[in-house]
Structures are given as structure tokens and as C-alpha cells.
Ligand binder design. Structure first.
Ligand SMILES: C[S@@+](CC[C@H](N)C(=O)[O-])C[C@H]1O[C@@H](n2cnc3c(N)ncnc32)[C@H](O)[C@@H]1O
Length: 276
């Protein structure tokens, strides 16, 4: 499958975010038609919400910590979907936030943002293919300025790129953004690692349903190990570290310890930095 329907998972994650009470998340979920997606994913799975909430709560905490820790206020979110970071960060006018996704998503998101806050000049929505390196570079240069350090967010995007075909294109987009802008940082969530994917699928009916929903053979999309992902960036002189998940656990989304253990073991998020 070359072009999975990731808009379904974008809606699903928007719904999970609303359970976490993240700023603007409720309002976004209300304006999306989440019902059919939720139904399809959560049939016969009463734990879906608590597990999904934990996974998303943790992921959100890691992304926010990476953004805040970078000190950067020019942010580009690749495959932004229906996330709420853009809206919440740009409540502060000193942030400049660029969201990039496919046209069909961007069109809906523009409508949602208009409904929620009206004009928001420091939040820019741009439709493009994230693997079109030149187009993404031009868009970032145009909207966030050239050569300035940027914070790159790629949340829940990596799993949809097949290593055999276009994962290298996505990596190249991120590498070029970073190396052309010293002092930049990227947070990339949900790196798929072979054995962990098998574990994920065996343990979580939800994972299999989401995959079916988007037509995605995750096991074929996984890398053999995390080192392989690290090397993709290190080969270009970038530094890479794995985000420490345990420091971001919060009572707001904690769940059954056994579930937490499994989720922690299959959540790999990395932070990549260019030289200052
Ligand atoms: C799983 S969703 C995650 C959305 C959001 N980042 C989140 O965490 O809620 C993946 C998003 O990536 C977008 N996407 C996938 N491939 C893309 C591409 N080649 N160019 C632009 N956007 C893409 C999809 O449209 C979708 O919104």
C-alpha cells in the first residue's frame, strides 16, 4: 500500500487528545466527525481509551518538553493533522508556527482554526507533500525566514513511510531542514522497530485495527533496530538521542502498570539536533 489513509489516524489521535484535556483539543475533536473512526477502532476493546490516553499523553508530554527545552519559537510541524500544538503555542504571539499536511487535511484544519480563533497570523497552514524536500524548504524559508534555527515536529508521521521506498525522502527533508539551520532541533515520534512492532500487534488489538483502517502493514514498515534510525541522522553529522519517557509520566494519564510497561516498550521517540 503506497498511500495509506492517514487522515483516519489523524482523527483518532485528535479524539484521544480531547480525552487528555489538552488546550484546544476538545474543540478540535468536536468539529471533526470522530464517531465512525472511534467505533471502528474501539469495537470490543474496552481498554482502548485508557491505553490510547496513556500513549498520547506521554507522546504529547515528550513533544512539548522537546519544544520547550529547545527554547526555539519558530516551529514547523510536518504531518500536523488535527494536533492542537499550533493553536496552543500561538496563543503566545512570540511563537511562529507552520503546520504542513496534505491539502485535504489543511483545508479542514483552516476551517477549524477560523471557527475557533478567527485570524491567527502567527499560525500558518500550508499544504504540501512532506517528502518534497524543495517545496518544504521553500515553505519554511518563506514563512519562518531563511537560515534561522527551527524546531521540527514530526509526530505520528514516521510509521507511514516504508523504509524500502520513501522513508529516506522523509529523513532527507528533516536532515536538510536541520543542517541548513544551525542550532535546530527535531522531535520525531513513533519510530517503528521490528520486534517491538510484533509485540505491539500481539498485545494490542487497537494497533491491528488502526493498521487495518489505514491499510498499513506496520511490520513491513519497521526498521531492524533503533540504531538504524540513529544512523540515518548521524551519517549527516547530526546528534541523536532517545527521549526519556519515564520523566514525563503524569497522573493525568497514568493507567494499569502492566499496560504502561507494554506501551513504554513500544514507544520510541527521538530528538535530533544540528550543531549550534
Ligand atoms: C497519524 S497522522 C498524525 C497527525 C498528527 N501529527 C498527530 O499526531 O495527531 C499522520 C499525518 O501525516 C500526514 N501525512 C502523511 N503523509 C504525508 C505526506 N507525504 N505529506 C504531508 N502530510 C502527510 C497525514 O495526512 C496525517 O495528517
Amino acid at each position: 500500500m503506497n498511500d495509506p489513509d492517514t487522515s483516519q489516524t489523524a482523527i483518532f489521535t485528535a479524539y484521544l487528545r480531547s480525552l487528555l484535556g489538552q488546550r484546544y483539543a476538545n474543540e478540535i475533536a468536536e468539529l471533526l466527525d470522530c464517531e465512525s473512526v472511534i467505533e471502528e477502532v474501539s469495537v470490543d476493546n474496552p481498554d482502548m481509551e485508557s491505553r490510547g490516553k496513556f500513549r498520547m499523553g506521554l507522546r504529547g508530554a515528550v513533544v512539548r518538553a522537546a519544544i520547550d527545552g529547545s527554547g526555539l519559537k519558530d516551529i514547523v510541524e510536518l504531518g500536523a493533522g488535527f494536533s492542537s500544538y499550533g493553536l496552543s503555542y500561538t496563543d503566545d504571539p512570540s511563537y511562529q508556527y507552520l503546520e504542513i499536511d496534505r491539502y485535504s487535511i489543511i483545508r479542514q484544519k483552516i476551517r477549524i482554526i477560523k471557527r475557533l480563533v478567527g485570524d491567527r497570523p502567527n499560525l500558518i497552514l500550508h499544504a504540501d507533500n512532506v517528502v518534497d524536500t524543495t517545496a518544504i524548504h521553500d515553505a519554511v524559508g518563506l514563512h519562518l525566514g531563511r537560515g534561522k534555527p527551527v524546531m521540527v515536529v514530526a509526530e505520528g508521521l514516521w510509521p507511514y513511510f516504508n523504509p524500502a521506498t520513501n522513508l529516506s525522502d522523509l529523513v532527507w527533508t528533516i536532515v536538510l531542514l536541520l543542517i541548513s539551520r544551525p542550532g535546530s532541533t527535531a522531535i520525531i515520534t513513533d519510530i517503528l522497530v521490528g520486534d517491538e512492532v510484533k509485540q505491539l500487534v500481539a498485545n494490542w488489538p487497537t494497533a491491528s485495527r488502526v493498521m487495518k483502517l489505514v491499510g498499513l502493514p506496520l511490520d513491513q514498515y519497521a526498521l531492524p533496530d533503533l540504531t538504524t534510525a540513529f544512523d540515518l541522522f548521524r551519517d549527516h553529522g547530526l546528534t541523536v538521542e532517545e527521549a526519556d519517557l519515564t520523566s514525563h509520566l503524569s497522573p493525568e494519564f497514568r493507567t494499569d502498570p502492566k499496560d504502561e510497561e507494554k506501551i513504554l516498550a513500544t514507544s520510541r521517540h527521538i530528538i535530533v539536533r544540528s550543531q549550534s
